[in-house]
Design a protein around this ligand. Sequence first.
Ligand SMILES: C[S@@+](CC[C@H](N)C(=O)[O-])C[C@H]1O[C@@H](n2cnc3c(N)ncnc32)[C@H](O)[C@@H]1O
Length: 328
Amino acid sequence: MREDYINNIIQGDCLELLKTVPDNSVDMTFADPPFNLKKGYNSYKDKLALQEYLDWCEQWITEMVRITKPTGSIYLHNIPKWLTYYTTFLNKQADFKHWISWDAPTAPMGKTLQPNHYGILFYAKDNKQLKFYEIRYPHKRTRKAHILAKDYGGKKAMLHPFGPLVSDVWTDIHRIKHNKYRDEHPCQLPIHLLERIILMSTDEGDIVLDPFNGTGTTAIAAKRLGRKYVGFELDNEYVEITKNKLEQETPNSKLGHSWVSYYLDEIVSLRNEDWSDLKEYFYIPTKIEDIDHRPICLKSKLGISVPLKSNHKNGKEEHNTLFDPIIG
Ligand SMILES: C[S@@+](CC[C@H](N)C(=O)[O-])C[C@H]1O[C@@H](n2cnc3c(N)ncnc32)[C@H](O)[C@@H]1O
């Protein structure tokens, strides 16, 4: 990988920039391209003719596969309609792993079913060499009584104290709802969505590249998790917002020696293999079946600083330290 691209956000057309990246040099590529839905981006007109959009997508997807290492992963986020085309491009050049259904309501489409998920295609550059880590997320609980939402019947004693392994249906990560957490960008992804993907597919120090940087969700997630990032973005203002936010971030998403993903003082994703080190940081009921009504909780709060809306014009970032009670 070019040294000048490492930990940098570069303004320009990603198709041109991708061509300057050496073969097999990136550990993970993630793309959240424009969806051709006439979104109000600053510099990009999100309205191409169908074939023009598909031809363009095939070109940058091919570049993404080329630059990904044989041990690496390729992720593509989009609405299901476009992903059906993407699979036909990708099946020729990489190994299908999963179609992750990310449960997030989208705009009504007229006289048809209400779309309720985005898709994230997950491909291995080479299935035999793929680097992959299993992830766990917290048990789902009822909102008021905090008992397990799922009835495990007589199997409660076999439950994992933290929570189940992540499947290919993700219902626990929500889109950014509140404007104070949102930049001036029409479709910003939540950071802990990218953190889960990065924890699943990379190690500390690995390189993560996003050709459609937007306001930098992938780069920020990578930096928080001690990975290297590369971002390409057409719009100069989005580049500036990203750089300003990145300056405020430190690689601090750690509990003990393990990288974790947290949101509002709670861990939302951790690696299965790290649990033996991480469990000492939690109060866990002695009788494991008691987690049905007694959630495990962290012995001490993480006390993190959550960046609010970026105020890049005066070079300042507002911060708000949140200490939401951990359920329990
Ligand atoms: C769906 S948004 C990505 C949002 C991003 N995932 C985030 O969370 O902030 C797509 C982005 O791609 C950018 N874009 C469009 N065409 C591009 C191109 N040819 N090269 C680089 N960036 C481009 C747009 O300006 C927009 O910011």
